[in-house]
Write a protein that binds this ligand. Sequence first.
Ligand code: NAD
Length: 355
Amino acid sequence: MADPTTHPDDPRVMVHEGVATRVLIGSGALRRVPDELARVGAERVILVATRSASAPAADLSAALGSRLAARFDEAQVHTPVEVTDRALAVVTAHHADAVVALGGGSAVGLAKALTARTGIPQVAVPTTYAGSEVTPVLGETRGGVKTTRRDPALAPRTVVYDPTLTLSMPRGLTLTSGLNALAHAVEALWAPDRTPVSDALATESAKAIVEALPQVLSDLRDLTARARVQAGAWLAGMCLAQTRMGLHHQLAHTLGGSFDLPHAELHAMLLPHVMDFDLPAAPDAERRLERALGTDPVRVVRGLAAGHEGARRLRDLGVPRDALAGVAARVVDAPYPNPRPLDVESVTALLERAW
Ligand code: NAD
């Protein structure tokens, strides 16, 4: 496949394409959501929220008043099509003309799936650091098989980041979701289609996350530090939207899909191992990270991941050791672009270390 950032008629010419999303960011931004929905022409809104967001969902429902046509609170990780079918029935029954997602990547994924089926616009209000809200990508699961599509029409029209909505994240999710975001930035730095724009986004993102995450972990109520991690996660989501991800995301997709593993926790435990594996083959990414972080990037990320009080190894998530070589073989069979060439032996050895 041709490198998507080079012009099809002249490989010397680089093409940069951004996603046209309007972004509001700051404490109290949740209160701006009704106006933002009016801006996209919404008169009958469906609110898709996860149960964890029930308090802000109640505030938003009250603020929307008669413009709230329906609510749907059953979003699930990896966007199963059966759940989307149930939500779609609600959209149809209530003649909804816009969707607002309030929650983590699961709520955002469901809103994208509704846009894909109806064309109604979305406003996304993320409560984790997953980054899906600024990408034109939708992953859906049918019968346990996850497929992904990319289309600019799938991206939310507006994203509203309110750091106060991240205060409710417990310590474990805060850490793992922050490392999930960091993984988007790290892989953007060694992507084959990186541009000066993605490099700038990725280094600023990594710096914000690595500096502010320890502050958040030492005081989960530190709103200034929370806001900084959230801003870093926004940039990380833009990296995900603009570049092709490599071995780290491929391992997370393959393992997550095969064994139904928790998304953020899996990313967090893989990241230091993949950085250790890939950075020697990506000297420019390594230099940029060292400069941005002021220290050895692998050591600092390993230290952050080691601070997780939940599952830290693949074995803690119930992944059987004898499945690792098979996972490695599938990855090597159809590799995502990666700085270090892959073979079954070295990928199995990486997975063994993470296990
Ligand atoms: P999630 O949305 O499933 O949330 C994880 C858990 O945390 C859930 O139980 C949720 O209810 C809870 N939660 C969310 N916000 C909270 C808060 N502020 N306080 C307390 N609890 C909270 O997980 P996620 O990691 O945000 O997103 C993962 C999903 O997003 C996966 O399906 C992944 O594939 C998808 N994703 C898609 C893209 C894309 O570009 N398409 C990018 C990143 C992630």
